[in-house]
Write a protein that binds this ligand. Structure first.
Ligand code: CP
Length: 337
């Protein structure tokens, strides 16, 4: 296993400046933990004595549970904060909540919030206080969801080489990301990781959910990042050009909770224009696989039968791989042994 001492990041907030070598470190570490998880005894003493606190200010099924399981598999002690039954309702601030868990001896904070920037703000406060607490972003507003993009990356790379997943496997692969791009932190994080891997990334969605201004985020990626990573990204307001000869199709949830206006005529029309179906997948390369970060609106983003088809859908593997990838992140930033 890659020694955690070769990892230099204290926090994982976004993927914008993560290098291909760092992605490979995460992928090979996750592969080691996949092997651990295949054993009868799935627990290792890597983070024994450390406290991992899940601070989820926004609902979650997959991310919260898999971070908790990942921490337990690494033998950490886990704390789970539930906003509904917390002192937030008495007026305690988010930063004071974080400092309360700091005072209890938390080593790693895993943070989800509906506002972009909260995990970064807590990481900044932990640094300002001179603590050794590390922060993992578990999804903030429309900004970033790095662990989701990393498990997506791992799932695709494992499909291409199960024993030795690495980013070069995606070089030149065509990946279509379809749907509510505007509100999607998953899409934003995947854009960073997949373009860094050298994949050809195509975004497709209706103009209301893929506004022209999004090109400002995409077009000058190379100038913004200073990472010398050439990035290949194209945008479409129709589905077909994105699907043609695609190797992977990642469809996104329509995020009704983040839509301020009526951005779609109807769900039925959305499905007719951008829903992924068996028929539409015929445009893709043979062997195409479909991903979805979940939760899924069945029959809207993709047809219900497709979601349950093990020949086409990688959705269960994404959830399974989430545990190994989150173990890798906790191990690397936790300085595990
Ligand atoms: N993909 C994802 O973040 O799912 P949850 O909201 O269930 O964590």
């Amino acid at each position: 296993m890659t020694p955690a001492s070769s990892w230099t990041r204290r926090h994982v907030i976004s993927l914008w400046d993560v290098t291909p070598a760092e992605y490979d470190t995460i992928l090979t570490t996750a592969a080691s933990f996949t092997e651990v998880l295949s054993r009868r005894n799935k627990k290792v003493p890597t983070l024994q004595g450390q406290v991992v606190t899940n601070l989820f200010f926004e609902p979650s099924t997959r991310t919260r549970s898999s971070f908790e399981l990942a921490a337990k598999r690494l033998s950490a002690d886990t704390l789970n904060f539930a906003p509904g039954s917390s002192s937030l309702s008495k007026g305690e601030t988010i930063l004071d909540t974080a400092k309360t868990y700091l005072a209890m001896g938390t080593d790693i904070m895993v943070i989800r919030h509906k506002q972009s920037g909260v995990p970064q703000a807590i990481a900044n406060e932990m640094e300002r206080l001179g603590t050794n607490v590390r922060v993992l972003n578990a999804g903030d507003g429309q900004h970033a969801h790095p662990s989701q993009a990393l498990l997506d990356l791992y799932t695709m790379c494992c499909l291409l080489d199960e024993k030795n997943p690495r980013v070069e496997l995606l070089k030149g692969k065509k990946i279509a990301i379809v749907g509510d791009i505007l509100h999607s932190r998953v899409a934003r994080s995947n854009i960073w990781s997949l373009t860094a891997a050298g994949a050809e990334v195509h975004l497709a969605g209706p103009p209301t959910l893929l506004p022209k201004g999004f090109a400002n985020f995409t077009q000058p990626l190379n100038d913004q990042t200073n990472t010398d990573i050439p990035r290949d990204l194209q945008m479409h307001w129709q589905l077909e050009p994105a699907l043609e000869n695609a190797d992977f199709v990642m469809t996104l949830r329509l995020q009704h909770e983040r839509m301020t206006d009526h951005m779609l005529p109807s769900l039925r029309e959305y499905h007719q224009q951008f829903g992924i179906t068996r028929e539409r997948l015929k445009l893709c390369n043979p062997g195409v696989k479909v991903l979805h970060p979940g939760p899924v609106n069945r029959g809207v983003e993709l047809s219900s039968d497709l979601m349950d088809d093990p020949e086409l859908s990688l959705i269960p593997q994404q959830v399974t791989n989430g545990v190994a990838v989150r173990m890798a992140l906790l191990y690397l930033i936790g300085g595990g042994r």
